[in-house]
Design a protein around this ligand. Structure first.
Ligand SMILES: O=C(O)C(=O)CO
Length: 307
């Protein structure tokens, strides 16, 4: 939370209140009369927070590319500007997606469990995984992160990249990727990778019908938001081996309770929403969010404006 100085705002001449815990209660205790708020998911920017902030607060920056934790219509109504931090995280998140694809295809989690449980078999037909080489990779959402994933996957001598989304994109052509329907992508891909933002349209997009179309040998990866997936349907597909494996960096709920049934699935690789969590990327994101705040306070266009 930032209170503006009278001269051109710089972080050094603003008063910055840093919260120990990013909870709604903690924010409510300190938000009255601040000029700007810098937040990160999963903290939701609720109407309660906006009401408590009062009319001074006209600038918000989120340290994230996604902004589904913020009601942008409400911000528009209140005349509040919002900036986010895309692009600087594309490489880190795309790397993470590739890691999950490889880890799930090559049974990383299951292999580790076999060692721990003293179930290591010296049989050359044991623990066989899936190849990326010669595979068809389906990307749902060919935005900046989706394109970064496509570039990386092409380095694995794959057969083809398919993608789906609102519309065919020139970037798809440049990558040699083929625009297809969601159904075709589910049916024909050996790897399905989700990189769409969470919207009303994408919520629950990967449902029972979607998983039923995927091949038994296919791998499913999600680095976007958990709510894009009908999670019980994914769990069923993994339990019944109607798909081969999955790698998830995002899930519902977050944090996932340690006794959740997903943690008992050997063919599921899980990471705790750390796609962009490298030192450099998080530094870049923080810097960008701070710059968005200063631009907003100065009445200038933010570097990455959302509203
Ligand atoms: O920035 C975001 O929205 C992320 O979820 C990064 O992993």
């Amino acid at each position: 939370m930032i209170t503006k100085s009278h001269s051109k705002p710089r972080l050094s001449n603003c008063q910055v209140i840093e919260l120990e815990k990013a909870t709604e209660d903690e924010v409510l205790k300190h938000i009255a009369e601040v000029d700007a708020l810098l937040l990160a998911p999963p903290l939701k920017l609720t109407n309660k927070i906006l009401d408590a902030a009062g009319c001074n607060m006209k600038t918000v920056a989120t340290v994230s590319a996604g902004y589904n934790h913020i009601d942008i219509d409400e911000l528009r109504k209140r005349g509040i500007k919002l900036g986010n931090t895309p692009r600087v995280l594309d490489a880190a998140v795309a790397d993470h997606a590739v890691m999950l694809a490889l880890a799930a295809a090559r049974r990383l989690h299951e292999g580790r469990l076999k060692i721990e449980n003293n179930e290591w078999k010296s049989d050359y037909q044991w623990m066989l995984g899936q190849d990326i080489c010669n595979s068809t990779v389906g990307i749902i959402g060919l935005g900046n992160i989706g394109q970064a994933i496509a570039k990386r996957m092409k380095g694995f001598d794959i057969k083809q990249i398919l993608y789906t989304g609102h519309r065919e994109k020139p970037e798809g052509k440049e990558l040699g990727a083929k625009f297809v329907s969601l159904d075709t992508l589910a049916r024909d891909s050996d790897f399905v990778i989700i990189s769409v933002p969470l919207t009303k349209e994408t919520e629950g997009m990967c449902n029972e019908e979607f998983f039923s179309k995927m091949k038994k040998t296919s791998v499913f990866v999600n680095i976007s938001r958990g709510q894009v997936v009908d999670q019980p349907a994914l769990i069923k597909a993994l339990k019944t081996n109607s798909i081969f494996a999955a790698g998830l960096d995002v899930m519902t709920p977050e944090p996932l309770p340690p006794d959740h049934e997903m943690l008992k699935l050997p063919n599921l690789v899980l990471t705790p929403h750390i796609g962009s969590a490298t030192t450099n990327t998080r530094n870049e994101m923080s810097l960008l969010a701070a710059k968005n705040i200063l631009k907003g306070l100065a009445g200038e266009e933010m570097i990455y404006p959302v509203v």
